[in-house]
Ligand binder design. Structure first.
Ligand code: ADP
Length: 493
């Protein structure tokens, strides 16, 4: 079979239409190399209120449908648009009841997840076959992503066994499994007869949409080779699904994410005030000055090391290691900037640190894509002390911008950042293993001390910038997985 394979990528987030985290970046960037390699790739996502219909020329397709959600019929409409700068089709499911809100998963006013997230993504998953029927387009493979679309393979296999499609399921973060009360099965349209321990639909008394995605898909992958191992190894990484994953391990793969080099490239980036490349890093210094200014930090800190982070403020990301050592970072005369939003206790802690150390610490609570680019461009080092990290994208963005990552050796961080050794001219970042403040602080100290060696630092930056994080290899691997899914699909299971 050639690459002329038809694939629908279903995801709750797709950049640039709707983004919360890395899932959006992957769902928005993987289609481009797939298309270049001959795949007929299209994407589908919910039409959230936050999506700018005018900017993306999103129009009603004429397809309408009603989805049975238990006793109620809920109407939906199919819209279509295109990726900017590309003609990859993007389909959108409109439903004011579920998606006409100011947030994607969480209510921005409270920071809490919407209580009906289960129902919302059951609706979206059930709308996928309706949309395809309305379009008259049948993909060979549906590529579902994370729990929000975990039901799609099961809906086809159980309710439409004649549909000859194969299913690839990608796990972007196993911690978010979509665990809901068993009543959700009524909304899906599945009976409770299969709701028994060890069955696909039961997980410690709940329905688990991630588990359903894993069990019903032909091929499963996650976003780095190390994370693929880790999630089978223990409860800590598997979050209760480690046994299920071990049981399907012959069809579980790890494929490292790439980055979209049309979006994250310091030479062409339109979101930064000065472009630069490995040949001439002077623009990076000017971006650093602009970054200090934007955070209201003193101009004369330009020659001090600037460490940064951009993150969802969630337990996963290791803030319990960072917050207590902030005073050490300040004492070492480094500057620190943070951009993030999430758990209120972290937002508060960082806001207080910025008040306490106004000359050294800048904090912006919020989501700001343009500022994220300026931080990657202007910072010297980027902190990712994650407890676990399925792949992580920021360390790759950082390396591309000559910003040296300081990371914990886990998941995709372990697969992408190699420990720096200035004496032997090796490595691209600073890596620590044990999840402790001491180990993290020691890695930061190594980074700050290396920063003083101007030539050694520059060589380190050049090695980081030369790191290949393109989608090239990984897109080929995805095509292999699509083919493997097709080869192993058992129609009508
Ligand atoms: P995760 O998917 O776990 O959030 P990743 O490192 O894989 O982590 O991807 C995070 C993506 O989201 C990056 O592109 C990062 O720049 C972006 N991001 C996270 N928080 C913010 C924020 N507050 N403002 C802008 N971009 C953000």
């Amino acid at each position: 079979m050639s690459n002329e394979i038809k694939v629908l990528l279903a995801s709750a987030e797709v950049f640039p239409f709707a983004k919360v985290g890395g899932l959006a970046d992957v769902a928005g960037s993987l289609p481009k190399p797939l298309k270049q390699k001959g795949v007929d790739i299209r994407v589908i996502l919910p039409l959230y209120d936050t999506i700018d219909r005018e900017k993306f020329a999103i129009e009603f397709s004429g397809v309408e449908f009603a989805i049975a959600m238990g006793e109620e019929n809920v109407g939906g409409k199919l819209y279509r648009g295109k990726f900017p700068d590309d003609d990859i089709p993007a389909y959108f499911i409109e439903c004011p009841k579920y998606f006409g809100r100011p947030g994607i998963y969480t209510d921005p006013d409270t920071g809490e997840a919407y209580p009906d997230d289960g129902e919302r993504f059951v609706f979206f998953s059930k709308a996928v076959p309706e949309a395809l029927r309305g379009l008259g387009w049948t993909p060979d493979v549906i590529h579902a992503n994370d729990y929000q679309t975990g039901l799609v393979p099961a809906i086809y296999k159980k309710l439409m066994p004649d549909a000859k499609m194969a299913f690839l399921f990608s796990i972007h973060n196993l911690a978010y499994q979509g665990r809901f009360e068993p009543e959700l099965l009524d909304l899906i349209g599945f009976g409770h007869d299969e709701f028994y321990p060890t069955g696909a639909f039961e997980f410690f008394g709940k329905v688990n949409l991630m588990k359903i995605g894993i069990v019903f898909s032909d091929i499963i992958n996650t976003v780095s080779p190390t994370y693929a191992e880790e999630i089978q190894s223990s409860e800590e990484f598997g979050h209760g699904l480690e046994g299920v994953l071990r049981s399907i391990n012959d069809r579980l793969f790890g494929v490292l994410n790439g980055i979209d080099q049309t979006v994250w490239n310091p030479l062409t980036d339109k979101d930064i005030p000065y472009n630069f490349s490995a040949d001439d890093l002077s623009g990076k210094r000017m971006c650093k000055a602009a970054l200090l200014k934007q955070y209201g930090l003193p101009e004369d800190r330009i020659d001090k090391p600037l460490v940064a982070t951009i993150s969802r403020l969630a337990d996963q990301k290791g803030f319990d290691l960072l917050i207590p050592i902030m005073k050490d970072i300040v004492e070492m005369d480094a500057t620190f900037v943070l951009l993030g939003t999430g758990q209120k206790e972290y937002e508060r802690a960082f806001t207080e640190l910025a008040e306490k150390y106004p000359k050294n610490v800048g904090v912006l609570i919020g989501f700001d894509n343009k500022l994220a680019h300026l931080i990657e461009a202007g910072a010297d080092m980027f902190l990712m002390p994650s407890r676990y990290e399925p792949c992580g994208l920021n360390q790759m963005y950082s390396m591309a911008y000559g910003t040296i990552p300081i990371v914990r050796k886990t998941g995709g961080l372990a697969d992408t950042v190699t420990p720096a050794n200035l004496a032997t001219d090796e490595g691209t970042g600073f890596v620590f293993e044990e999840y402790s403040q001491e180990a993290f602080l020691a890695a930061i100290r190594r980074g700050l001390s290396a920063y003083r060696d101007k030539q050694g630092w520059r060589n380190l930056q050049l090695r980081a910038m030369a790191f290949d994080s393109s989608w090239e290899n990984s897109a080929e691997k995805y095509i292999e997985l699509f083919k493997q899914a097709l080869a192993s699909a058992r129609w009508g299971d």
